[in-house]
Design a protein around this ligand. Structure first.
Ligand SMILES: Cc1ncc(COP(=O)(O)O)c(C=O)c1O
Length: 400
């Protein structure tokens, strides 16, 4: 698809843009072709040089001389995501975690320090806390509910503040504007994992973050059949990330790019429905005295205020803090759910449950969990919410 066509659709509402973009006007198919290539053939030596010159002059322009740099299929996805993120550019990687890695690897060097939100996705925690330590990079974790723990740990060596919002498992919503102003005050770069809300509900680059990550495996694809990641950047960090992307070869393949582009067409429709369903389930669960909802549903919570301040909507992933002296009854509740599959990767059409007993939350510093409290995560899918409520109701009978 030509840049001219993309520009035309960029002038329309985003919901319309998602449905109409990526049309291949050459063969009149509604969907773009999947262009698979390792080798790109040029007419002559002069032709390859001309393309490379164009790529140098316009590094976001989709000029490729080798398959690892992508093809028109990945380029179309990047263009759609750049529009969605309202960013300077979006890099696409083979997994969401690949985007987390690329963001950090692009800007942090041996001797530097990082400040990371305590409730980050556990592989992000293991990467920063353990693995990067061996490369001379120190990580300090901050309490998402107390940003003084962030500011007081800033030193001359601090290079990056890495935020995940809301935090994995405990769903803490942070004061993102405050984090950005602290970062600006000390001239520190910022990255945010925005997989929960996606730029449909919150645009981190517009807010002032330098980098924004989304696991495309989740809501972008929406069908639990593909993995991918996106890393949106502003102009300030673009060259650094481009260089790191080239060195690591972390690029999404065209078949996966096609599936993610296909999923994106219904992103707004699915997320609106995930949100409606989740609201109904939250209303039902909030009547249960044993359960504290970790979801922006009730107006009186700190989480609600922080969510409302920055987000235009909420997705379908929520936490339940269950009070029970009987852990076996919590396990029984989880195991008795029939419509909620027990599995990790959320964001698809189907509902899921996870008991956090099996997650690496143990090494978290600011856990805020009492002895008799247990964390359960629900992903509310696109099923009929009445069926989901009936299922939860029957499973709750086991909770003591
Ligand atoms: C918040 C968050 N970030 C990143 C990832 C990693 O994404 P992927 O599974 O695509 O590597 C996940 C996966 O569960 C996640 O929940």
């Amino acid at each position: 698809m030509s840049t001219r066509v993309i520009k035309f659709f960029m002038t329309r509402s985003f919901k319309t843009f998602l449905k109409h973009t990526a049309k291949d006007f050459h063969n009149q198919s509604v969907n773009p072709p999947v262009v698979r290539a390792s080798t790109i053939i040029f007419k002559s030596m002069q032709h390859i040089r001309k393309t490379q010159k164009k790529a140098k002059k316009n590094p976001t322009g989709g000029h490729f001389d080798y398959g690892r740099q992508g093809t028109s299929t990945t380029y179309i996805l990047q263009k759609i995501l750049t529009k969605l993120e309202e960013s300077y550019h979006v890099f696409t990687t083979p997994t969401g975690f690949g985007s987390v890695f690329l963001a950090i690897f692009s800007v942090v060097r041996p001797g530097d320090e990082m400040i990371v939100a305590d409730p980050v996705y556990s592989p992000t925690r293991l990467l920063t806390q353990d693995y990067l330590k061996d490369f001379g990079i120190k990580t300090i974790f901050y309490d998402p509910r107390d940003l003084k723990t962030l500011e007081k740990n800033i030193t001359k060596k601090t290079k990056l503040i890495f935020v995940e919002n809301p935090g994995s498992n405990t769903f803490d919503f942070q004061d993102l504007g405050k984090i950005i102003s602290i970062a600006k005050k000390y001239k520190i770069l910022t990255a945010m994992d925005n997989t929960w809300g996606t730029p449909y509900y919150l645009k981190p680059i517009k807010l002032g973050f330098d980098m924004a990550i989304v696991s495309a495996t989740k809501y972008y694809s929406g069908h639990s059949d593909v993995m991918g990641g996106s890393l949106a950047v502003n102009k300030k960090v673009f060259t650094k990330v481009k260089e790191a992307e080239r060195i690591t070869g972390l690029r999404l393949g065209p078949d996966d790019a096609y599936l993610i582009t296909r999923g994106l067409r219904t992103l707004d429709v699915r997320l609106d429905r995930h949100r409606e369903n989740a609201k109904k389930i939250a209303a039902f669960l909030s009547r249960n005295k044993k359960i504290k909802l970790l979801y922006p549903y009730k107006k009186d919570s700190l989480n609600f205020r922080m969510w409302k301040k920055y987000y235009s909507g909420a997705s379908g992933l929520m936490g339940l803090k269950i009070e029970s002296k009987n852990i076996n009854s919590v396990r029984k509740f989880v195991n008795s759910l029939k419509l909620f599959g027990y599995g990790y990767s959320w964001g698809g059409f189907e509902s899921l449950v996870l008991h956090q007993e099996f997650r690496e939350t143990g090494n978290r510093r600011y856990m805020n969990l009492a002895k008799n409290e247990h964390l359960v995560r629900l992903h509310i899918g696109l099923e009929d919410p009445n069926d989901l409520i009936a299922d939860i109701k029957q499973a709750l009978r086991h909770l003591k």
